[in-house]
Design a protein around this ligand. Sequence first.
Ligand SMILES: C[S@@+](CC[C@H](N)C(=O)[O-])C[C@H]1O[C@@H](n2cnc3c(N)ncnc32)[C@H](O)[C@@H]1O
Length: 246
Amino acid sequence: MSDEKAAFKQHYDAEASRYDAHRYACRCKRLISELQQAFVLDVLGDVGHVLDAGCGTGRFSIPLAERGVQVVAVDASPAMLAVARRKAGEAGVASHITFVQGDVEHLSFAPGSFDGAVSIAVLRHFPSPAVGIGELARVLRPGGAMALDYLNGHVFRFYEPLRGLFVRNPNVPNEHFFTNYYSTLPEVRGFLTANGVQLVRRHGLSKFPAHMLLCRLRLGTLAGPLQALERRVNLGAVVMVGGRKL
Ligand SMILES: C[S@@+](CC[C@H](N)C(=O)[O-])C[C@H]1O[C@@H](n2cnc3c(N)ncnc32)[C@H](O)[C@@H]1O
């Protein structure tokens, strides 16, 4: 395991118990999360067997399982997996989810094992999403659906200098520890195409710092209209992508 991967694992192991409370505490963040969940569920449909690569605390695995989907939830962090497992039990869907500790860039599944694959807020941790996209595509069957996201390099490079003004959470001392890697649509489309996946949907979402500013100013009610505007003009700092394997 590379030093950077080991550091991510250590970070998420330490953050796991307060991850949901920290990341989804405010109305704006919850709104974004709901939009992401709706996008993923829509792209994947009610397919039978889905891989959630970098499942975290189960933000996508659990709603998928609640629809009757059989989920294999992979994460590098045992502590994040433990939180997801507990939440799946509480939601009554533990029997629908198999939890596996593993590396998204080195999946241990045979080619074509899954009807669908989702990986949200994960590929940004890698210098290039190429290997991760290749692995997701490899384990997907022909006709299978894929949902992933990336940080929009066109937008994010302007946000990043401002981000520190808004992302200050004393509960997460090394929140700025991470390097965020950006991508662009041509890059992501190229990696998908190279792996036999056609890009079929795209949805931009605002994240940093606009919605954080709204949260700070207690103007969460404006988050919905802002998202609608950003979607229309495609300014999203985070871009959700839906693909289909040919
Ligand atoms: C920001 S969280 C996102 C979790 C979840 N997908 C969500 O959107 O709520 C990133 C997750 O990716 C996991 N992760 C990071 N690098 C990974 C890797 N190489 N293999 C597997 N999981 C990884 C982390 O442990 C963490 O749980």
